[in-house]
Design a protein around this ligand. Structure first.
Ligand SMILES: Cc1cc2nc3c(=O)[nH]c(=O)nc-3n(C[C@H](O)[C@H](O)[C@H](O)COP(=O)(O)OP(=O)(O)OC[C@H]3O[C@@H](n4cnc5c(N)ncnc54)[C@H](O)[C@@H]3O)c2cc1C
Length: 453
């Protein structure tokens, strides 16, 4: 008898678990109440990056005179942008659905919940469907948090769920929250030509990131005319004629046409029947998991945002794979556990920001000896050719062994270039492995070799 594996939630974590487990021989049923590909496809990763890509082309056009071009022009066609996003997400949804079908995964459209430790009941358009699983994965994701002092109206007061694209292009957007989502939206709408005010509750955008990296982004925001309200916490939003006023706790008021709330997320764990299955949740509603993504009930797993670990689609996908392997009993041959400290991440601003592994500040806090080497893109032939020499590469290595421990990249294509450092960190490569790689010339990646020197 094949292993029966039931998955609730078809985001990056659920889809990857489903296809991998099916490939390994499990009988898989995947329950999804909305769109295959999850919030990642519908509202988060894909639409945001599609909008940022359009803004990126507009920035390129603005730089065109410096590249020897005359009369450059690019005006935003908002309707064309509105059509582009569903075209991309629809394409991806169809691709995932076809992949699942080709792997023999049973897709059940409806809302699932645990009825008992091995039973999932699904509310479908045709009535209730009951699924029995030897193992169950809960991968129901998360949704934007709305603070109790704000009321989202979908017109002028928005979360990221209403912003792809928003009902109209904001003339002046106020972004509340300067984490990854807040700074990406700030960059996105500024590149479209909107005025943007960013409310930053601390003294630095991207709290927790390397201060040098955050400073590079702040400089760019200020250069492009973004207004930063540092050290201010929003505490109320008022609808005013033709716009909104955001009141901050230090007495300042930000006036704009629209406000976007980017103040974190909440797990989708209500109504999942976790009590019926005996699954523990923490005080915030996340399902705590061990290194195999098992919940407090060994055959019930949680992956993706619901597990309360790093809320990244890339991490959810890898968790999904690992869960599939564990369910199929392959983990004993799998030497490598998921190491969240080695996850690469990127922020799609301009310049892009990406990092992986140990950060400089973290090493100092731990009292760990490190070697830090840094090279600016201003010394890169390719960056100069491309007309954008902003940013730098920083590599952190062990001074005794030369093993690469981490790194940060600020600059064009940082989200791609970080893959080299991610591989080095995961495979315990040494700086000499990077230095002695025969790279392409001229290429931005040469800056990595120079920084590793
Ligand atoms: C604006 C924004 C941009 C982002 N950009 C990036 C990025 O560039 N790169 C990156 O790696 N991460 C990014 N993230 C994070 C990423 O979107 C999440 O980490 C990822 O979506 C989590 O995947 P998941 O599989 O846990 O859940 P989700 O993608 O949230 O999917 C969960 C699915 O479960 C379904 N579901 C929920 N409850 C039920 C139920 N009871 N029954 C049936 N189905 C159910 C939902 O309909 C949904 O389809 C971004 C996040 C935001 C907010």
């Amino acid at each position: 008898m094949p292993v029966r594996f039931v998955i609730v939630g078809g985001g990056p974590a659920g889809v990857n678990a489903a296809t991998h487990a099916a490939r390994l021989g499990a009988e898989v049923a995947l329950v999804e109440r909305d769109v295959m590909g999850g919030a990642a496809n519908l509202w988060d990763c894909i639409p945001s990056k599609a909008m940022i890509a359009t803004g990126g082309v507009m920035s390129l056009v603005r730089r065109a005179p410096a590249m020897g071009l005359t009369d450059p022009d690019a005006r935003l066609d908002f309707d064309a942008l509105r059509h582009r996003i569903p075209a991309i997400t629809g394409h991806l949804e169809r691709a995932w659905t076809e992949l699942l079908r080709s792997q023999g995964v049973r897709v059940v459209a409806g809302t699932g919940r645990m009825k008992g430790p091995h039973q999932v009941v699904v509310d479908t358009a045709g009535g209730l469907v009951e699924l029995d699983g030897d193992a169950v994965l809960l991968s129901t994701g998360s949704r934007p948090r709305v603070p109790d002092w704000a009321e989202v109206d979908g017109e002028r007061i928005l979360t990221t769920r209403q912003a792809y694209p928003p009902p109209e292009l904001p003339e002046h957007l106020i972004v509340v929250g300067s984490g990854v989502t807040g700074v990406e939206f700030t960059h996105m709408f500024r590149s479209f030509g909107a005025k943007v005010t960013l409310i930053v509750s601390r003294q630095q955008v991207l709290p927790g990131k390397d201060p040098e990296v955050a400073a590079a982004l702040e400089d760019d925001f200020l250069r492009t005319g973004v207004v930063l309200y540092k050290g201010a916490r929003a505490k109320a939003i008022e609808r005013a004629a033709g716009g909104v006023v955001v009141h901050c706790d230090d007495g300042r008021q930000a006036r704009g046409t629209h406000v976007l709330l980017a103040v974190g997320s909440l797990p989708n764990s209500e109504g999942l029947g976790l009590e019926a299955a005996g699954v523990d949740v923490d005080g915030r509603g996340y399902v705590p998991v061990n290194q195999h993504c098992q919940s407090s009930v060994a055959h019930i797993y949680a992956a993706g945002d619901l597990s309360g670990r790093l809320p990244l689609a890339s991490v959810g996908m890898m968790q999904g794979r690992k869960v599939a392997e564990h369910v199929m009993g392959l983990h004993t041959r799998q030497h490598r556990h998921l190491d969240y400290d080695k996850a690469a991440s990127a922020i799609f601003t301009e310049p892009e920001i990406a990092d992986v592994g140990l950060a400089e500040a973290e090493a100092f806090a731990m009292g760990r000896k490190i070697r830090v080497t840094k090279v600016p893109f201003a010394a890169s032939a390719r960056a100069l050719i491309e007309g954008d020499p902003r940013g730098f590469v920083k590599i952190i290595s062990d001074p005794a062994t030369g093993v690469v421990l981490g790194g940060s990249i600020v600059g064009q294509n940082a989200s791609e270039l970080i893959s080299v450092l991610a591989l080095a960190v995961t495979a315990n490569l040494k700086v000499t492995d990077i230095v002695e790689s025969l790279l392409v010339h001229p290429a931005l990646a040469e800056a990595l070799a120079d920084a590793a020197e």
